[in-house]
Design a protein around this ligand. Structure first.
Ligand code: EPZ
Length: 419
C-alpha cells in the first residue's frame, strides 16, 4: 500500500492546473452505454474511480479504451450482451450504480449487487429505485441484489424526497428514451448534473433544466455517439484553494469556473482569504491572518460536503472557535480522529464538529479513511511541524490526479512512498 510523506512548514507559490471533474466523468461514462455508437471523452481525469467504472462496464462486454497519455476515453457499447455486471467490482465503488439508469433505458433490465458499506454513510439507493418504478419498471431487492425489468418505460412526474445527485442522474438517464415526458422535481442542482444533461442532449436526448431543481426529459427514439470534454473539478480546485489558505500562501489556480466555486469562495473570503479571478483562473492570497468561521454543508449551491474535511483542516490552524455542521452524510467526520493525532482540537457533537484553532499541528503517521479526509490530511501535513505520513492513499487516488505532483509543482515537500 503506497504512502504519502509530507514535510511541513513550506509556503506554496506558483500555479496549478485543475483536472476535469470525477463526479462529471463517472455519470458520463455510464451514460455512454445508452447508445450503441462510439462515445469519446476528451481531457478525462485518469483516476482510480474512472478505471473501476470502466472495468465494471467491461464485464458486460463494453469496449473501453483509455489512453492515459492523451487523457482520452473511447467507449463502444455496441456489443453489450447482458446486464449483470461483476458484483465484486460493483461493490468496490458506489458510483457503479450510475449504470442502472442507462441499462434499464436501453435494455429494459439490470441486475446489480447492492452497494457495499461506505465509510461516510449507508448511502442507500431508495430514491433511484423509486424513480425507476415511477417510470414503469418492476424493481426487486433481495439476496444482496437489486434487479429491475421494464417492457416499456413511460414518462412520469417524480418528486425527490432529497435532492440526491445520483438519483437525479440515474432517473434522467432512465427517462431519455421513455415514452412521453418525465419531470423530476426537487432535483439536485450540482454543476455535474448540468454537464451530464449537456452530454445526453449531444447524444440526442431532449432534456430541459438539468442543473436546476426541476428537470424535464421528453423521451426520444434513440441515442447516438458523441464527443465531450467534462467540466472542471470544483472539489479539486477547492482543495488547492485550502492548500493555499492552510499554508498562508499565494497561488494561482488554472482551468476553473468561478461560478461553480462560489460557496467555497464565500466561506474562504469570510475567513479572510483574498480571492480574485480572471477568465478561468483564480488567485488565492492567504498570506494574512485568518479568522474562525462556521460552515454548514448543503446541497448545491450550498457549501459542498466534499469540501468539509479540507475546511476542517484549515480551521484547526485558525485561532478561535469554528463549527462545521454536516447535513448530507451521517459519518463524515472520520478525519477528526486522525487530525487529533496531529494535535488538532476537534470535538464531535452529533452532526457538528467544534474546532478550536491550535498554535501548531505536529507531523504524525495518519490514515486516509476516505477520499476527502485523505486529501485533508495532506493539507494538514503541509503546515504541520515535521513529517506526516499518510497511509491508505488509494482512497485519495480515487479522486485526485497525481496530487503529490501538483503540490510539488507548488513547492511542497511531498513524496509518494511505494510500499
Ligand atoms: C454524489 O454522491 C457524489 N459522488 C459525492 O461525492 C457527493 O458527496 C454527493 O453526491 C453529495 O454531493 C458522485 O457524484 C460520484 P447523494 P451520491 O445521492 O450521488 C442520501 C466524493 O467525495 N440518499 O446526493 O451518492 C444519501 O444517503 C463523493 O467525490 C438517500 O437517502 O450522493 C446521502 O445522505 C463522496 N437515498 C444524501 O442522500 C438515495 O436513494 C446525498 O446523497 C440516494 C441518496
Amino acid at each position: 500500500m503506497n504512502k504519502i510523506s509530507v514535510m511541513g512548514g513550506r509556503k506554496l507559490e506558483g500555479e496549478v492546473n485543475i483536472s476535469t471533474a470525477k463526479n462529471s466523468v463517472l455519470p458520463i461514462i455510464a451514460a455512454s452505454i445508452l447508445s450503441g455508437e462510439k462515445c469519446v471523452i476528451d481531457e478525462a481525469p485518469m483516476l482510480e474511480d474512472v478505471f473501476v467504472i470502466s472495468d465494471v462496464l467491461r464485464t458486460i462486454s463494453t469496449d473501453i479504451n483509455i489512453n492515459e497519455e492523451a487523457n482520452r476515453i473511447v467507449i463502444d457499447s455496441s456489443n453489450i450482451k447482458d446486464c449483470e455486471p461483476c458484483s465484486s467490482l460493483v461493490k468496490k465503488m458506489r458510483a457503479s450504480f450510475l449504470i442502472m439508469g442507462p441499462m434499464i433505458s436501453r435494455f429494459g433490465k439490470f441486475k446489480l449487487s447492492l452497494p457495499g458499506g461506505c465509510n461516510i454513510g449507508t448511502r442507500p439507493i431508495d430514491l433511484h429505485l423509486k424513480g425507476f418504478s415511477a417510470l414503469g419498471a418492476e424493481v426487486n431487492v433481495g439476496h444482496g441484489y437489486v434487479e429491475a425489468q421494464a417492457k416499456k418505460l413511460v414518462g412520469n412526474k417524480i418528486y425527490l424526497d432529497f435532492p440526491s445527485v445520483g438519483a437525479t442522474e440515474n432517473i434522467m438517464m432512465a427517462a431519455v428514451m421513455a415514452e412521453g415526458e418525465t419531470i423530476i422535481e426537487n432535483a439536485a442542482e450540482e454543476p455535474e448534473i448540468e454537464d451530464l444533461g449537456k452530454y445526453l442532449n449531444n447524444m440526442g436526448a431532449n432534456i430541459i433544466g438539468a442543473g436546476t431543481d426541476t428537470v424535464r426529459i421528453i423521451g426520444v427514439k434513440n441515442m447516438k455517439g458523441t464527443t465531450h470534454k467534462p467540466i472542471c473539478d470544483r472539489i479539486e480546485a477547492g482543495t488547492f484553494m485550502v492548500a493555499a489558505a492552510i499554508t498562508r500562501s499565494k497561488i494561482k489556480i488554472n482551468g476553473v469556473n468561478e461560478e461553480y466555486l462560489k460557496p467555497i469562495i464565500a466561506k474562504l473570503t469570510e475567513a479572510g482569504v483574498k480571492i480574485t479571478s480572471d477568465g478561468n483562473s483564480i488567485y488565492v492570497d492567504a498570506d494574512r491572518d485568518l479568522k474562525p468561521i462556521d460552515i454548514k454543508t448543503m446541497p448545491y449551491p450550498g457549501f459542498p460536503t466534499d469540501m468539509q474535511s479540507q475546511m476542517a483542516g484549515l480551521l484547526c490552524t485558525i485561532k478561535g472557535t469554528s463549527v462545521i455542521t454536516e447535513t448530507i452524510f451521517e459519518n463524515r467526520f472520520m478525519h477528526a480522529a486522525e487530525m487529533k493525532r496531529m494535535g488538532a482540537n476537534i470535538k464531535i457533537d452529533g452532526r457538528s464538529s467544534i474546532i478550536e484553532g491550535v498554535d501548531k499541528l505536529t507531523g504524525a503517521e495518519v490514515r486516509a479513511t476516505d477520499l476527502r479526509a485523505g486529501a485533508a490530511l495532506i493539507l494538514c501535513g503541509l503546515v504541520a511541524e515535521g513529517e506526516t505520513e499518510i497511509t491508505d492513499v488509494y482512497h485519495i487516488d480515487r479522486g485526485y490526479v497525481s496530487i503529490e505532483k501538483k503540490l510539488q509543482g507548488l513547492g511542497a515537500d511531498i513524496r509518494r512512498i511505494m510500499v
